[in-house]
Design a protein around this ligand. Sequence first.
Ligand SMILES: *Cc1c(COP(=O)(O)O)cnc(C)c1O
Length: 405
Amino acid sequence: MNFNGIDFDTYFKHYPDENGYFGKYGGAYISDDLKQAMAEITEAYFTICKSSKFISELRRIRKDFQGRPTPISYLERLSGKLGNVQLYVKREDLNHSGAHKLNHCMGEALLAKYMGKKKVIAETGAGQHGVALATAAAYFGLECDIYMGSVDIKKQAPNVARMKILGANVVEVTHGLATLKEAVDAAFEAYAHEYKDAIYCIGSVLGPHPFPMMVRDFQSVVGIEAREQFVGMTGELPDAVVACVGGGSNAAGMFAGFLNDPVDLYGVEPLGKGPTLGDHAASLKYGTEGIMHGFNSIMLKDENGEPAPVYSVASGLDYPSSGPEHAFLRDLGRVKYDVVDDEETIDAFFTLSRLEGIIPAIESAHALAYGMKLAKQLSKGSVLINLSGRGDKDMDYIIQQYGIR
Ligand SMILES: *Cc1c(COP(=O)(O)O)cnc(C)c1O
């Protein structure tokens, strides 16, 4: 399919280019030490991803350990309530450890094993990426250092406990605001010293090349499975596909299955409390071009040009930028990026729980809220929503903040 001058039949061959660019976005803006480390990872990835041994081992892990393929569920009661549009969800909440994040963590850790590394290093904010990576490290017998701000350590006690039970070393970062940004810097610094024995595992389609490409490729299993399952269930393609966008990994994986199809794609960002800077994390809607954490993309900046503070009810979506491929697909118009606020999200969270018996992650509830809005606007057709994770982790917070609705 040709779209605005881009041939999507061969898209994955050409995007990103060999320097990691999706158009003008992406690249690797890093120190010379790290450049060498990234070059090593890129080379290993290109060799390994063509090896039948690596591919068959990853397939076996996905099936026997992760429980893939995850199903697609038809939301019969919710669809009936909203009108004539049929809503479906891809059930990444049923992936082992409760979200899509394990898809790329298992890939990254398997790569670490093939490269002969002994340790995986990462940062975590809300702790979801830390838990997924600690799970992968335990599976492969790798050491695991997770850098986490002391403020987040206090807020996210259950995930800290999970990481420790899984055998990870949670490294407390105390400087600055002691949250995600400082944890990213500390993890990169540690990696620059340890890269001979360790591999850095990023949590989304972010960071310097090759991470946005690698994480997308590992997550594309979601979209490839979903396309085949959906056609098998209904005999046709969905009219629209929706996914939430924090860093953008679950969306990138889901969209990968449908980019070359006549299907409308929607990425949903959190509007939080509203459009004032600091009240939301909708970088693709309100941001401007800039470089942070080693890549060029669209980002929210404060008055000094630094990454702005962000907020939403879903801590997993609170990142002041998005992956470079999303910036590219936005400019091209292939994917539409839009927002829903906290209120709409909480409403969707309870609606899915009550009508379908599925408690969604509060991140995923953003995609669901948007899918529900689409269903009310359209007069017919079908919408497939990526349910990126389960909501067990959010229940205490939601009941405390919003009560039972
Ligand atoms: C982390 C997380 C997200 C956001 O990350 P992306 O890279 O944008 O996918 C979304 N949903 C869940 C359940 C998460 O844990």
